[in-house]
Design a protein around this ligand. Structure first.
Ligand SMILES: [Zn+2]
Ligand SMILES: [Zn+2]
Length: 404
């Protein structure tokens, strides 16, 4: 094997040579936002890029239409390192989470490793994971065996303010709640109706009463998706969608049980029929990142002159299906700051920022660091050994689940 410095140098050169094409790829995805499981154009662009860089690509990986897997084998047996890409947008908001940059960073890192894979054991796989925003593409892929042969997985998410090697995320469930009643004229025969909307309103009141007795990390938030069609008709159907989250799955399940009790109470109080549907694919686990691998990424960022910070205890966090990956194998999900000033995620301002020059320059540096991290994991068995022993120790404590 040539020395690591020479491998690093060649990988970085391969990324630099494609810099303009990578920026164009990100901007093309940003310009054509596609929501969960409909990311058809993005998947075509990304797989064509990977093929152009020498990957053998399997489209519709594990029969998920917009998932894919690109593979490049090294010179002999060894570990499989997966570099993940996300490319779905938010309904109406477009790429307000910056997944166009996730896609670009993942492809950049993959291309970098590809350039030196003939000098390394094992293989690098670029996995396209659709529908992070609520559809649980990684959950579906894990269930379908899409990560069975993967030893370590890595991806990067954009943020603002400070770059982080890792941080936690909330375990979550998405829940649909439906109340069914009986329609009647709202003025002449209200006593003959059963008001389904009242079920929803009572549910929100019950949840608000419960909130004060929840741990500070718990989040229960929802919207009303159906609430009747005319003011003079008692609504016979009303529906709401909620997210239920907390820092660990055990407490999150406790909150979910209490939430369902709130809904049952609302149904009893209003005389409505209740149906609660918990979306299985959107049950996101909390992230527990691999410190030996995250340290490599932070090291390669600092070597480029980029500051990387530790996550604070009071870090504001959401949920991601990368948590599900981290529950079954060592993985990292660092955050690259696309701007020094804080910009809220899932906002129009963030959507504008993730298409800018500064965002792309910062992201490409993060993608380079990811390439070098993947090379280190393939080249130095000690890193994966440490990552595995940390993972096993966490599994013994019940912090992660492990493969079932
Ligand atoms: Zn998001
Ligand atoms: Zn995101």
């Amino acid at each position: 094997m040539s020395d690591p410095k020479a491998l690093h140098h060649r990988a970085l050169k391969a990324i630099d040579e494609r810099r303009e094409a990578l920026y164009a790829l990100s901007r093309a995805i940003h310009a054509k936002p596609e929501i969960a499981y409909q990311e058809r154009e993005a998947a075509i662009r990304l797989t064509e890029f990977l093929e152009g860089a020498g990957f053998t690509v399997e489209r519709s990986y594990r029969e998920i239409e917009t998932a894919y897997r690109g593979e490049a084998r090294g010179r002999g047996p060894g570990p499989t390192v997966a570099i993940l890409q996300e490319y779905d947008a938010l309904p109406e908001l477009g790429h307000a989470c910056g997944h166009n940059l996730i896609a670009m960073m993942g492809v950049a890192a993959s291309v970098g490793v590809r350039a030196v894979i003939d000098q390394l054991p094992g293989r690098v796989v670029a996995i396209g994971t659709p529908a992070e925003e609520g559809g649980g593409g990684k959950v579906a892929l894990i269930r379908a065996g899409g990560f069975d042969d993967v030893d370590a997985a890595m991806m990067i998410h954009p943020t603002s303010g400070r770059s982080l090697a890792g941080r936690h995320s909330l375990a979550s469930n998405r829940v649909m709640v439906e109340f069914r009643g009986k329609a009647a004229h709202a003025a002449s025969q209200p006593d003959l109706g059963i008001n389904a909307l009242d079920g929803i309103l009572q549910l929100f009141n019950n949840v608000n009463a419960m909130r004060q007795q929840l741990r500070p990390d718990a989040r229960v938030h929802g919207i009303i998706t159906a609430g009747g069609s005319a003011a003079n008709v008692i609504p016979d159907y009303a529906a709401a969608r909620f997210s239920i989250r907390a820092l660990d799955r055990r407490y999150q399940q406790d909150v979910l049980r209490r939430f369902i009790a709130c809904a049952e109470g609302a149904a009893v109080a209003t005389g409505t029929q209740l149906q609660v549907t918990v979306n299985e694919n959107a049950g996101y686990e909390n992230m527990v990142f691999s410190t030996p691998i995250a340290e490599r990424w932070a090291h390669h960022m600092r070597a480029q002159g980029v500051q990387v910070y530790e996550a604070r205890d009071e870090e504001r966090v959401g949920s991601t299906d990368m948590g599900n990956v981290m529950q079954v194998l060592p993985a990292i999900h660092p955050y690259i700051a696309i701007s020094p000033e804080p910009i809220p995620g899932h906002s129009i301002a963030f959507r504008e920022a993730v298409v800018g020059q500064e965002a792309h320059d910062n992201a490409i540096a993060a993608g380079k660091a990811l390439a070098l991290t993947a090379i280190d994991v393939l080249a130095d068995p000690e890193i994966l050994r440490k990552a595995r022993s940390e993972f096993e120790e966490r599994r013994a404590r019940g912090v992660v689940k492990g493969r079932s």
